[in-house]
Design a protein around this ligand. Structure first.
Ligand code: AHM
Ligand code: MG
Length: 278
């Protein structure tokens, strides 16, 4: 097994363990993450679990997480960046969340052009895993200790159906609000407060997800290394587009590990239109 296969295997075998540990960890931890957000007990636990599993892999050289400050050096090899539980505030209301992983062949922080694999696990009614590698996307179901492909060479449906936009409407910039009004007239709203869940709707039905730049925070909420790049890589591998409003997320040269970025993802035509509106 090469390093990427091993990483995929480890993330997939970790999924039922993490899922199994969620019910007892719905409380807040007494800590903040490097982005200044209150962590849930589940965030801290999933982070520590995945750190131990992923840094033990031969061929993993760096490990970083949305839930911890710096980069852990673990030898020579690929750099792994994770969001251990994306959408973890949903744990309170028992809604979807998941794990995101990006594997870069460069030291962190790295450009999305250095990604060699990206994946997410979605804890919905069932556990699924979406993996993008070498330009193709595969969706798996994880069940009974097994990971089996259910969609291979997945591409975004040509006729988009759904949209989901984060942030409060009065905090949106006027240009984004104009775009949102157009989209509201064309597509159905699907927004659940976890990017993974919302993006999986877009991957399934076609459409657009955004957590845009806000007036109160022009850089938006989501983090480039742990969220924007990996999901951008998956969407682009499925024939869609990612954008910060001007360019592909994958073309951004990062300045720091936890930097935030406006995120827009989905069918090519919808992201092209967004860029011409902004
Ligand atoms: P998290 O990684 O700390 O859970 O934050 C990211 C999540 C995304 O999944 C989601 O799109 C966004 O935050 C929702 O934010 P908000 O609850 O502020 O609307
Ligand atoms: Mg997240």
């Amino acid at each position: 097994m090469d390093t990427l296969d091993t990483i995929i295997e480890v993330v997939s075998t970790s999924a039922p363990v993490i899922r199994g540990g969620l019910a007892g960890r719905r409380r807040k931890a007494d800590e903040e993450n490097p982005s200044g957000e209150t962590q849930m007990a589940a965030d801290v636990w999933a982070d520590e679990y995945l750190e131990a599993e992923l840094t033990a892999i031969d061929g993993v050289g760096e490990f970083a997480s949305e839930e911890r400050e710096g980069v852990i050096d673990c030898g020579d090899g690929l750099s792994v960046a994770i969001d251990p539980l994306d959408g973890s505030s949903n744990i309170k209301s028992n809604n979807s969340m998941g794990t995101i992983i990006g594997v870069y062949d460069a030291p962190l922080p790295a450009s999305g052009r250095n990604l060699v694999m990206a994946a997410y696990v979605l804890f919905g009614p069932i556990t699924t895993m979406m993996v993008a590698r070498e330009g193709t996307v595969t969706e798996y179901v994880i069940e009974d200790g097994d990971r089996r492909p259910v969609k291979e060479d997945l591409t975004l449906p040509a006729e988009p159906v759904v949209y989901g936009f984060g942030g409060r409407v009065p905090d949106w910039f006027d240009e984004f609000a104009d775009y949102a009004r157009e989209i509201e007239n064309e597509l159905k709203l699907r927004y659940g407060g976890s990017m993974i869940g919302d993006m999986n709707q877009v991957m399934t039905y076609g459409g657009v997800f955004a957590y845009p730049g806000l007036q109160s925070r022009p850089e938006g909420k989501l983090r480039l290394q742990f969220e924007g790049n990996p999901i951008g890589y998956i969407v682009e591998s499925a024939g869609g587009r990612s954008s910060d409003g001007e360019q592909s997320l994958l073309d951004i040269e990062p300045d720091e590990l936890h930097q935030r970025v406006p995120v827009h993802l989905g069918n090519e035509e919808l992201i092209d239109r967004l860029e011409s509106t902004l």
